[in-house]
Design a protein around this ligand. Structure first.
Ligand code: PBG
Length: 325
């Protein structure tokens, strides 16, 4: 049967019927808000990311209150250490008194309920800016795992609910799972940056986290944007190693990957709409070329329609506000 028996416009006739037939719904419960914690005092807007701030630990508490009052269930925390504390091994990353650990403790004191997810990587902490130890000019995989284990345990001790390894080292999820279990943190979950692409959309973030590689690039560990089947292998391995939540990153240029993973696996799936995606929307909206609210909600609806359950976005606070209006 086709036209004139069928007229799909009947289902679009008025707002109430459109609402009834809507297949995908955005919810505040889907949102994860990234936070950048710094030493010292104050809040400084990050030049490459309008509306996003470097927050000192005391300022973090106000931010958490706002996040909670908006109903956002989770934050993804990045510690941004003092450059003077960086070294070859990124040892500040597992310092119990480090910026990430102190920030987690402060957030935990403000709220028992908020889900604290910590980004678990070395690139913001190493003098060379790579996500692992360097041996003969190359990023060494297996020795890096030992460092990731220590960082994971230090985040768990500080009070993190979920650790999110983002360095794309082989075996990282399994290593971290064993380390957490051995140290009595069987309840701490792992959200793996399973399909993380070597993307040019990370530019603004690297300025924010002072984490740009000082030589070379990340193509020997992050994925080639040309590959989709490889993403399924990455995800399959991370699931075997014990990942609780899987992530695709970036989101916008990788919606096919979100869809493929959703079709193949049953794990909760997050996507990370990264700094460059945020920047494009902010810049175009700033010029008056697009409607920021409408475009942002359309993008996030697209990610969910593609198959994502959880949305990591710098727009989270605005979105929560828009959804409750
Ligand atoms: C660190 C990390 C990066 C991002 C999150 N964790 C950058 C990178 O791999 O260089 C990017 C986030 C963003 O662009 O918003 N491994």
């Amino acid at each position: 049967m086709r036209f004139p028996q069928y007229r799909l416009r009947r289902g679009r006739a008025k707002p109430t019927i459109r609402r009834m037939l809507q297949e995908t719904q955005l919810s505040i419960s889907d949102l994860i808000y990234p936070l950048f914690a710094i030493d010292g005092r104050g809040a400084k807007e990050i030049p490459s990311m309008s509306g996003i701030y470097h927050l000192s630990v005391d300022r973090l508490r106000d931010e958490i209150e706002e996040v909670l009052s908006l109903g956002i269930p989770a934050v993804l925390l990045f510690g941004v250490p003092d450059p003077a504390n960086k070294d070859e091994r990124g040892s500040e990353a597992y310092n119990k008194e480090g910026i990430a650990q102190r920030a987690v403790q402060a957030i935990r004191e403000s709220s028992e309920d908020l889900v604290i997810i910590t980004d678990l990587c070395l690139c913001g902490y190493t003098s060379h800016g790579h996500c692992g130890l360097i041996r003969d000019g190359k990023v060494e995989n297996d020795e890096t795992l030992e460092l990731l284990d220590r960082i994971a345990v230090s985040h768990a001790e500080a009070g993190a609910d979920i650790v999110a390894p983002s360095g794309m080292m082989d075996g990282m999820v399994g290593a971290i799972r064993s380390a957490l279990d051995e140290q009595g943190f069987a309840d701490v979950a792992i959200m793996s940056y399973a399909a993380k692409y070597s993307s040019s959309f990370y530019g603004p973030f690297r300025e924010a986290a002072h984490s740009a590689p000082q030589f070379g690039d990340r193509r020997s560990y992050q994925m080639d944007p040309a590959n989709a089947r490889e993403a399924l292998r990455e995800v399959g391995l991370d699931i075997e190693e014990g990942a609780d939540i899987i992530m695709v990153k970036p989101a916008l240029a990788y919606m096919d990957i979100i869809r493929l993973i959703r079709e193949r696996f049953d794990h909760p799936l997050a996507c990370y709409s990264v700094s460059g995606e945020y920047g494009m929307v902010k810049a175009a909206a700033g010029q008056g070329w697009i409607d920021e609210r409408a475009v942002t909600l359309e993008l996030l609806t697209g990610f969910k329609r593609a198959g994502a359950d959880l949305l990591i976005t710098y727009h989270a606070k605005e979105v929560a506000q828009w959804l409750s209006d």
